[in-house]
Design a protein around this ligand. Structure first.
Ligand code: PAF
Length: 284
């Protein structure tokens, strides 16, 4: 069932809670793909009721980013959700979420601001304020849906780690369920932004997963020096790629690693024909 208003969601939630039903939330920005589908399926399996939110959240986009051209495919998304057994698709307007004139300036909105230590690195370095926007909207969604479980993909692992931290720090009564990255057979991690890539770009985009798989291979063969592991990346990069970062960080608190170990996650971001792509891999 497609619902646009917060009050409608609340009515259903109230009824479900009265019946003691477990509620799962899958927060998304739509343009759903098999990665999202895997989160939805996990929620449908684990919970009595599943809510999927579809909201292209304006406050998590920085100036000059792709807010206007972000793919919006509501009809197809709703079909996918219905087929997967979703109970409510919550697709609010920006006005419904942020009020009249939906404020894009943080002068007029209470923000949830995660610690700088978590947001001044990786994607946060080039996307200043992005994670404030993410935490704020996720908090709002938690308050609206009051889920027992919420499902997040490991594809956006910095986001996942920051949301886990927020939930701990603010005692939000929800269990965050991390879900593994879904990849095409080629290795390319699924992402709504892959829609921006031409067939040719998609071939060059394989550098991300190739670099990560190769690093994990080298680590499993005994190489733990981060400098040495990083250097293996260069043979996969060419003039099409503009590398933004390749970093080795702790899976819990994003601290930098000099020596790779089982708790290390390797994060990569690069630009390909103006499209920014990210990926990561756990060395465990
Ligand atoms: O991962 C996303 O799609 C978004 O950042 C999220 C969590 C739905 C918040 O807008």
């Amino acid at each position: 069932m497609l619902v646009h208003e917060i009050s409608q969601v609340r009515e259903h939630i109230k009824e479900w809670k009265k019946q003691g039903l477990k509620v799962g939330l899958v927060p998304t920005m739509g343009a759903l793909h098999n990665g999202h589908k895997s989160l939805i399926e996990k929620s449908v399996q684990t919970c009595d009721k599943t809510v999927v939110s579809i909201f292209v959240n304006p406050i998590q986009f920085c100036a000059g980013e792709d807010l206007d051209k972000y793919p919006r495919t509501l009809q197809e998304d709703v079909k996918l959700c219905e087929n997967a057994g979703v109970d409510i698709v919550f697709a609010p307007s920006p006005k419904e979420m942020y009020g009249e004139g939906h404020i894009l300036s943080n002068d007029f909105l209470t923000y949830v601001v995660p610690p700088y230590f978590y947001t001044d690195k990786l994607c946060g370095k080039s996307r200043v304020g992005h994670f404030d926007g993410v935490c704020t909207v996720v908090n709002k969604l938690f308050n609206i849906v009051q889920p027992d479980f919420a499902f997040f993909g490991e594809k956006d692992r910095q986001q996942l780690i920051i949301i886990q931290k927020m939930v701990r720090d603010l005692n939000i009564p929800v269990e965050i369920v991390p879900c593994p990255i879904v990849r095409e057979e080629s290795g390319l991690a699924l992402s709504s932004r892959n829609k921006y890539l031409s067939e040719d770009d998609k071939i060059h985009a394989l550098a991300l997963s190739k670099i990560l798989f190769n690093i994990k291979n080298c680590y499993k063969k005994g190489v733990t020096d981060v400098q040495a592991l990083s250097e293996t990346a260069y043979s996969f990069l060419n003039e099409h790629h503009s590398l933004e970062y390749l970093e080795f960080r702790d899976e819990n608190n994003l601290e930098e690693k000099q020596t790779a170990d089982e708790s290390t996650v390797v994060f990569i971001a690069l630009k390909l024909n103006g499209v920014r792509l990210i990926d990561n891999i756990s060395l465990r």
